[in-house]
Design a protein around this ligand. Sequence first.
Ligand SMILES: *Cc1c(COP(=O)(O)O)cnc(C)c1O
Length: 403
Amino acid sequence: MTPTPNVYDAEPIPEAARAEIDCMLQSGDLFRYTAPENAPVTLLEREFAEALGSRYALAVSSCSAALFLSLKALGLPRDARVLIPGFTFAAVPSSVVHADCVPVLCEVGDNYRIDLADFEARLDDGIHAVIISHMRGHTSDMDAIMGLCDQRGIPVIEDAAHSLGTRWHGRNIGTIGRVGCFSFQSYKLVNAGEGGIMITDDAELVARAVIMSGAYEHNWRKHFTGDDAALDAAFGRWQNRLPLYNLRMNNLSAAIIRPQLAEIPRRVRDGRANHDYVADRLNASPWLHVPAKLGPEERAPDSIQFNLVGLSEDETRAFAAAAAERGTKVQVFGLSADNARAFWNWKFIPGGTPELPRTRAMLMKACDARLPARLTRPELDTIADALIMAAEDVMGQPRAYGT
Ligand SMILES: *Cc1c(COP(=O)(O)O)cnc(C)c1O
């Protein structure tokens, strides 16, 4: 039998990063603004914007920083209400609080996607901006969401931290809303340990974000090349008028990220094939259900989420224990203590967390297992077997039909 695979290690950083890093260790040139032009961070921004099909990119210290700067760059008033999904990572409500805004949560359905009826109802409750978190890469119905938000003139920020490479109607996730934010933290598709980037076509928004990211004096001139009158005018308007939060990326991170950009298509292709293979196997069990993707969505998963069907809370705990016994770690979002993806643990939200019964019910049965793109077919079978047999350990053999 194939031994239980290690699902935690990231892939090795491409060899090409080494020469660039060696150069930097020699020159000491680690700060993005030391060189007059073409610093690795600037080159990363150019390459990333081009790869995604967006006009501007700004690399920063994390996706959380990108979300925070996006809210600040929108110029929202203090205490502005920002609608976010009730199923996301704690970084999202945290960025809203950090930007002096108030998170308002909406329900998320059994398929991990935003409940549109609840979303629409809450949108008319004084909402100034929306953050759509494509949690674990699951894309909510962006046609419906953009329709509702555009009608009302409400800006949409896409939290695409975990969605790099995902497409919606063939378009890259992160380019649909006013701004898209990505993460380079080690558990994401591209790994720099830490890091983030935001993309937008909006000159005013990016100029404000660049200055606030820490482009003091005239360092914003090192961000973009070419003639762009709208951008120059925006920098002129905002010079010396915005606080500098210093959330810059350093050149070492950019040198680690840049050679990984070419790897994205392969990681997406393999991650999707792995996910779909394991999903088909799990869906053959009566106790496990992997919700279908939405029609326009092409996913880029590096983990799998599935719901337990007909298991009580005790049986759910027993399932997680049985899977661990069989060598595959599963987290049930709503059951592990202090889980950062369970909304009731976001006790820092001003006024307390609301109750979201549908989202809570989903979190109590939704399981999460890592499934990195580098796994082989036998390794995938080891994981699928462990999950299917763990359900049978708890619920017994499924009843055979027919004879
Ligand atoms: C990882 C993640 C974040 C935070 O990214 P950082 O770069 O660690 O700040 C935000 N949202 C989602 C959905 C994530 O998966």
